[in-house]
Design a binder for this molecule. Structure first.
Ligand code: SF4
Ligand code: ZN
Ligand code: ZN
Length: 332
């Protein structure tokens, strides 16, 4: 006989939560995830009443969960989504984006769709091909991550929002923290803290509301809510073994042996780094000689211009769609 829910004791459990040792019914599980996200958002004051927020919505399960929960705890008319199509053959992002856009509209959230090609002039696949032809060896994920971060920030600045929100989950955050530690990148580790300010005045503050939710929990949440799960995987996902891929495997093993390890790791870092993170300043960084975006000291170009130039893209177009009407109206 199926176990009863450890919380309500009324309904049959549908999921076992290893890090708490509880078995939960559908309703109590959904409520548990929602209340933990809300708690995390409130704990670090990620959202102030009236904040306009740009959500990065990939169409994957995590983006559905973030959209669903934020639309429940914040005024949906203050939220706008942006979906960025990478342009990777066989990766059915267009279909995914149609679905999440429809779902967002049902929740009262508008979604702007753009692509790496629209922004730079080339799709991700074309950039990777050009780079390879020139013998440049960056992983496709490097081009993808840098482009998506840039596009999200460029839209956020142009649309005049107060925050950007991304659907990084606990697994993502723990992996990034360990990679930062292994690289000795202490500033990177501090910058991950929810209280650290953005690096530059040109960067809109970022929030990660799902940072304490395990990836398996977002998957169960998405299935239980009937959200469409992405059917195809990116062709680049396992092709380039990176430090992050090694760390991911090790962390999964650790979590299996000792449930709750990832949560404890992030909780300890949150506590240990809080005072240091708050003291970081938001600087007026030098600007890229080509596009005018912030870059680090002693660099002529920003990271995106640099990797595109290496791939032979000398003149990226960097084009942005006009804001949806409601945003211009609410910002008036
Ligand atoms: Fe982009 Fe890499 Fe993810 Fe593919 S696997 S979508 S290239 S980050
Ligand atoms: Zn229950
Ligand atoms: Zn630049």
């Amino acid at each position: 006989m199926a176990a009863m829910c450890s919380v309500c004791g009324l309904r049959k459990a549908i999921v076992y939560q290893p890090h708490t040792g509880r078995a939960l019914c559908r309703e109590c599980f959904i409520e548990d995830v929602r209340s933990r996200v809300k708690r995390e958002v409130e704990r670090w004051k990620m959202l102030e009443p009236g904040d306009k927020v740009l959500l990065g919505l990939s169409g994957g399960k995590d983006s559905y969960v973030m959209l669903d929960i934020l639309a429940g705890i914040h005024d949906p008319s203050k939220l706008v989504g942006v979906s960025i199509i990478e342009g990777i053959p066989g990766y059915n992002r267009e279909e995914d984006i149609v679905k999440i856009r429809r779902h967002a509209r049902d929740l009262g959230v508008d979604v702007v769709v753009t692509s790496i090609r629209e922004y730079t002039g080339y799709s991700l696949y074309e950039i990777v091909q050009r780079a390879r032809a020139r013998g440049v060896k960056h992983s496709p994920c490097t081009y993808c991550g840098i482009s998506r971060r840039r596009i999200l920030n460029a839209y956020a600045r142009m649309y005049g929002v107060d925050k950007t929100a991304t659907a990084h989950n606990l697994d993502d955050e723990a992996q990034t923290a360990v990679v930062n530690m292994l690289r000795g990148d202490i500033i990177g580790l501090l910058r991950q803290h929810p209280l650290s300010p953005p690096m530059s005045t040109g960067i809109v503050p970022r929030i990660k509301p799902l940072r304490k939710i395990y990836e398996w929990e977002t998957a169960v949440y998405a299935v239980q809510m009937g959200y469409p799960l992405q059917e195809t995987e990116c062709m680049f996902i396992n092709r380039f073994p990176t430090l992050r891929a090694v760390v991911r495997e090790e962390l999964y093993r650790l979590e299996e042996e000792s449930p709750g390890s990832l949560l404890r790791l992030l909780e300890s870092l949150d506590e240990a780094l809080e005072d240091h993170a708050k003291r970081l300043s938001r600087e007026e960084l030098p600007r890229c000689a080509k596009c005018g975006e912030p870059t680090s000291y002693n660099r002529r170009l920003c990271k995106l211009c640099e990797i595109l130039e290496e791939a032979g893209v000398e003149k990226p177009i960097y084009s942005i769609k006009q804001p949806p009407i409601f945003l211009t109206r609410t910002s008036a």
